[in-house]
Design a protein around this ligand. Structure first.
Ligand SMILES: C[S@@+](CC[C@H](N)C(=O)[O-])C[C@H]1O[C@@H](n2cnc3c(N)ncnc32)[C@H](O)[C@@H]1O
Length: 281
């Protein structure tokens, strides 16, 4: 969720305007660091030792760059030209141009052949920006189709209970929350009747079971789920995060260890601002 983002109900326009803030999201902030380090630890467990990886909805390129630095060939695709421009520049600064191919496109129509890659990532919520439920099914089938049989498919999305909890403790969108909890759709149709602005962009927030069954009914096997920010999800809000400004390095490390020790608990994954599911094509 973009706590300081411009207002837009169109994810493509939102991310075009979001620019470098998407690059900064996973660095410096405790919630971003938790999201990145937990995701990378699951990638290390699940990815084959080498090969071709698709980073679908790769945004500013954080994971594509990490993958290229580990020696993978990467194809990164994103809907937003603005994000692709940020990614191109970051990739060029690191001399990784020969390892990462950039494509503009949608996860609902990947335009790649079947079995094109050894593993597929769709991280940080691209699937949450697909508002039609039938399109989310289609997108998961696409992620599976382009991945070699048995290859890992890793998908992280934005969590509904984590979002509701954050809106409750910050006092945002309160009158819309009973409706949001019912279907997970956060868009102009939900907000406008109450006179609220969309401070993020159109988003479908997921329950843990919903994500697991979405992947399974579209053919992925051995699906497991974990919470990324887990019990520290409230630090996604800037004001709550500010309360940590004077904690010591040892205290910060203890927070991160505590989160990681509890992140696989189903209830914690369900409450997380981002939750990750890993399966096999
Ligand atoms: C929060 S960013 C995550 C970026 C990156 N994966 C990360 O975790 O740092 C979500 C990205 O999904 C992209 N996106 C949204 N809808 C998409 C779609 N249908 N197909 C491809 N990308 C999409 C946005 O443009 C944005 O770059």
């Amino acid at each position: 969720m973009g706590d300081d983002a411009s207002q837009s109900d169109d994810p493509q326009a939102f991310y075009d305007a979001y620019g470098d803030r998407e690059w900064d999201r996973l660095e410096g902030r405790i919630d971003g660091r938790l999201e990145f380090t937990r995701t990378v630890s699951v990638l290390e467990e699940r990815l084959p030792p080498s090969g071709h990886v698709l980073d679908a909805g790769g945004g500013a390129g954080r994971y594509s760059i990490w993958l290229a630095e580990q020696g993978y060939d990467v194809t990164m695709l994103d809907l937003s030209r603005g994000q692709l421009d940020v990614a191109r520049e970051r990739i060029r600064e690191r001399g990784l141009e020969s390892s990462v191919t950039l494509l503009q496109g949608s996860i609902t129509d990947l335009g790649l052949p079947a079995n094109a890659v050894d593993a597929t990532c769709c991280l940080g919520g691209p699937l949450s920006h697909v508002l039609e439920a039938s399109d989310r099914d289609w997108a998961v089938r696409e992620l599976r189709r382009v991945t070699a049989p048995g290859g890992p498919v890793l998908v992280s999305v934005m969590g509904l209970l984590g979002a509701i909890q954050l809106y409750l403790v910050t006092g945002h969108n309160l009158e819309a929350l009973p409706e949001l909890v019912a279907d997970g759709d956060y868009d102009a149709g939900l907000l406008e009747p109450y006179g609220y602005d969309n401070e993020f962009t159109a988003t479908h927030f997921f329950r843990r079971e919903e994500l697991r069954t979405l992947l399974e009914r579209n053919g992925l096997t051995n699906v497991s789920t974990t919470g990324l920010e887990g019990l520290a999800s409230v630090f996604h809000d800037e004001r709550l995060r500010d309360r940590l400004h004077d904690v010591s390095d040892a205290e910060r490390e203890a927070i991160e260890r505590t989160v990681h020790l509890t992140s696989d608990e189903p209830a914690v994954a369900d409450l997380s601002i981002h939750l990750l599911a890993a399966g096999e094509a």
